[in-house]
Ligand binder design. Sequence first.
Ligand code: ADP
Ligand code: MG
Length: 326
Amino acid sequence: MPSEFELIDRHFASVAAQAADVVLGLGDDCALVQPPASDELLANSTDTLVEGVHFLPDIAAEDLAWRLVSASVSDLAAMGARPLWFSLAITLPDGNDAWLAAFSRGLKAALKAYSITLIGGDTTSGATRVLTAHVQGAVKPEQALKRSGAQVGDLIFVSGTLGDSRAGLELLSHAVDSADYEFLTQRFLRPTARVELGRGLTQLASAAIDISDGLLADLSHILKASGVGALVHLEQLPLSDSLAALYSEEQSQEWAATGGEDFELCFTAPAGRRDEIQLLAKELGLELTCIGEIRSENGLQVLSQGEPWAVSGAKGFDHFGEEESL
Ligand code: ADP
Ligand code: MG
C-alpha cells in the first residue's frame, strides 16, 4: 500500500500546473500565491461531495473529479469571478492506485478547462469517500454578481436548458443506447460551469445564482436576499430536445423547475438590457431565456397556461429539510 506522501506525489503533485500567480505550490506547509490586482476582491467558496449523499458509490473516478470541479467553479461563475486557485481535501477508505490515477486524470482535465490551478490540499483515510474543494477567484467589488441586487421590474433569465441533469440521474439506472441518453447522462456526470457567462454578466445583471438545488429553490434565494417577489411562466423554461424526446412535457417541466445540478445561471437584469443580453448569448453560443419578471409582491408565483402551478418537490434539495425532493 503506497504511503500518503507517495499518493500525493503520484496523483496530485502532477496535476498542479504552472501559474504566474502561484509563487509556491504543493509540497510545503502552505501554498504562497500572489494576490490579484488591488482593485479586485478574492471570491471564496467551499463545496463538499459525500458518497451516498452527492454521488453513487459506483460513479467513475474521472466523472467524480469533473463534477467536483464544475460544481465548485460554478459558484465563481455565479459571482462573476475569474477562477484562480483550487484546493482539495480528499478522504478515502483506501489508497486504490488505479482509482486515484483515473481521478487525477479527470481532475487535471477539468482544472485545465476552467484555467484554475491546484495549489494544495489534504489527503486522509476514512470510512466514506468525502471530497471538499475550496475555490478562489477574483472580481471587482462593483462587478460582483450578488443575490441581493434584483429590482422590481427586472426580467429573470436562465442559461442553457434545465432539467437535463435530473433526467440524467434517472437514466443512469437504466442504460439506453441512444444519443439522447448520452446527452442527458453527460449533463449529470460532466456539468459545465458557466464561467464566461458570469464574466459577461458583470456589467449587465442585477443579481445571479447558479442552479444547484433547482431553479425555483435557487431563484427563491435571490428573491429573499433582494426583498422582492417574482412571476415565472412554466412554459417558458428552456427544455433540451433530448429531455423533450424521452419524457412527457409535464415531467420535463417539473424537472426544469425543480431538478438540481444543471449548474446553469439564473440572473435578473433591467428590461432595457434585453438586447445586450441576447447579443451576449450569440457571442457565447449559449441560449439565454427570459422566464419571468421580478415583482413587488412577496413570494414566487409560477403560472402554467395562466393558472397557478405547484409541485410537491418545489422546495429543492435541503440536507436538513423534512422532505427531500431528489
Ligand atoms: P501538512 O502536513 O503540512 O498538512 P501534507 O503532508 O498534508 O502537509 O501535504 C503535503 C503537501 O501536499 C501540501 O503542500 C498539501 O497542500 C499537498 N496536498 C496534500 N493532499 C493534497 C491533495 N489531495 N490535493 C492537492 N494537494 C495536496
Ligand atoms: Mg495535511
